[in-house]
Design a protein around this ligand. Sequence first.
Ligand code: TMO
Length: 316
Amino acid sequence: MLSKTIKTFTALVAMSALGATGAFAQESDDPIIIPTHNWNSQIVMSHVVGKLLERAGYNVEYTPTDSQAVYESVRLGDVTLELEVWEGAFGQSFNAALKKGGIVDVGDHNAVTREDWWYPAYMEELCPGLPDWQALNRCASQFATPETSPKGRFLAGPVDWLKHDQERVDALGMDFIVVNAGSASALWAELESASKRRAPIVLFNWTPNFIEAVYEGKFIEFPEYGKGCKDDPAWGPNKEETHDCGNPANGYLKKAAWDGMEAKWPGAYRILEKLSFTNPQIAKMAALVDVDELEPEEAADVWLDENEQVWKSWLQ
Ligand code: TMO
C-alpha cells in the first residue's frame, strides 16, 4: 500500500515535470511489457514508446517475441501491447486473435503500408514489362540460383513474417521458388551485392522502410488484393486456390493492446491511444539503425530528441 502511494506520487511528480495536468487513477507498478521483433523500425519504435512511458512514470520491460505468435501473447496478457500491426504480414493473425478475445484494436498510425515482392530499378532493362507479375514470371529463369534452377528465386523474409508466398506462387502458377532469408540484414546484404553487379534479384521489401532513401525500385503488381483472397478459393483469377493476389497496396499499420491494459494502466493506455507515427517518421527510425548503425536504444534517444514537437502532446 505504502509503495503504491509512493509510486502514484512519483508518477504525478513525473507528469507535472512534463507539464501534464489532471489527476491519475490508481496505476499499477507492474511493468508494461513491450514485445520486440526482427525489423528495426519496430524495435526503435518500441524503445521510443517505452521511454515515453518511463518518462510518464511507468515501469517498462522489453521481450523479443515471434512476430506472428505475439497476437496470442497480447491476447493472454503475457505482453501488454503491440506497436506495429502490419496489415499484409499480420492481418490474419491479428484478426484471429480479435475473434478469440483478449486483444483490442487501439487504432491506426497515420501511415500507409505495403509489403510485397520488390526489385531494384535496373531490373526494368533486364526484364521488360515490369512491374507486372506476368512479365516477372516470363523472366523467371534470370532469377535462378543453383538451389532453384531452372526456376527463379524469390528471396522472402524470415519465416515469421509473410507465410503465404509459396501458396501465391502455386495459385498463380509461377516459375519461382521461395527461399526465406534468415534475417532482415540478410535481405539487405543480398540486395547490396546484387545491385553492385546489376544482377537479377526480386526480394521481399516494405514501406515505410529505410530502403526507399537508399535504392530506387518498385513493388511487383500482382492481381490486386481484395477481401476474400486469402481465405476464399472462389475469389480471384484462380477459382480453386487462395492467395492468388498481392498484399494490400494501401495497408494499415495498427496498434493493439491486451484488453486488461486500460484498467491496469489507464494513463499509459491513453498515451497508446494518442500516439501515431507517419511514414517518414517510421522510415527514419529504421534508417537510424540500418544506415547510421546506431543501437536501437540510442536510435530511440536520437529520435526523441529530434521530435519533441511530435510526442509532447501525447503525454498530456
Ligand atoms: C512486417 N514487415 C514490416 C517486416 O513486413
